[in-house]
Every structure is written in structure tokens, then in C-alpha cells.
Write a protein that binds this ligand. Structure first.
Ligand SMILES: [Zn+2]
Ligand SMILES: [Zn+2]
Length: 60
């Protein structure tokens, strides 16, 4: 798991949001500067998640 530090104050960023599929953090924030670092959403995970919901919808 990769956690960045704040570019302004060097604090370790807190995780705000995790990928619902692979549970890697996708959004961080600095508690000191209130800066939010939004990472790119995992396209692969989005596809997996989409297919998963699709399969669930079909099998019901
Ligand atoms: Zn900071
Ligand atoms: Zn992911």
C-alpha cells in the first residue's frame, strides 16, 4: 500500500477513500492543510465491479 506525504507540510496523508474492489486507497487528505489528493479511480476495478453487479443482476 502506497501512502504519500503532504507536499506542503510533509505529514503522512490520511486515507479518505478506498477502492471498493481492491481496497487500495484512492483518495487521501492532509489533516493539517485540509488538502485532498484525489487519485485516479482504478479503471480495471471499475470494470470488475461493473461486471460483478451485472452478474449479480443476471443471476437473480
Ligand atoms: Zn499538509
Ligand atoms: Zn482498485
Amino acid at each position: 500500500m502506497r501512502i504519500d506525504s503532504c507536499k506542503k507540510c510533509g505529514r503522512i496523508l490520511e486515507i479518505s477513500r478506498q477502492c471498493t474492489v481492491c481496497e487500495d486507497p484512492i483518495e487521501f487528505h492532509c489533516t493539517e492543510c485540509k488538502i485532498v489528493n484525489e487519485e485516479q479511480i482504478h479503471l480495471n476495478c471499475m470494470l470488475v465491479g461493473f461486471n460483478f453487479h451485472l452478474l449479480k443482476a443476471i443471476s437473480v
